[in-house]
Design a protein around this ligand. Structure first.
Ligand code: ZN
Ligand code: ZN
Length: 83
């Protein structure tokens, strides 16, 4: 069983696009969904989570979510400023 709720700003679908709904799953964690049909076949690149420039695929060829997928990717605000 899983519940769903409206997504909040900053929450992402597995394809990298902003989510519109979030499926709350106790076993696998929360997963966002953008609602765009076929979007999983055209994920946002580079990957918002691991930076890969290639789409993730399951071993059998279906589009796969990033192994590092989280509902909210860590913000990279620390990059700016002096190094
Ligand atoms: Zn999506
Ligand atoms: Zn990735």
């Amino acid at each position: 069983m899983s519940n769903e709720r409206p997504a909040e700003a900053g929450e992402l679908c597995t394809c990298g696009r902003p989510a519109v709904v979030v499926y709350v799953n106790e076993e696998y964690g929360d997963v966002g969904y953008c609602g765009i049909e076929g979007a999983a076949f055209r994920p946002v690149l580079p990957c918002p989570w691991c930076g890969s420039s290639e789409a993730h695929k399951e071993p059998w060829g279906d589009p796969g979510r990033c192994p590092q997928y989280t509902l909210r990717p860590a913000a990279k605000e620390e990059r700016k400023g002096t190094t």
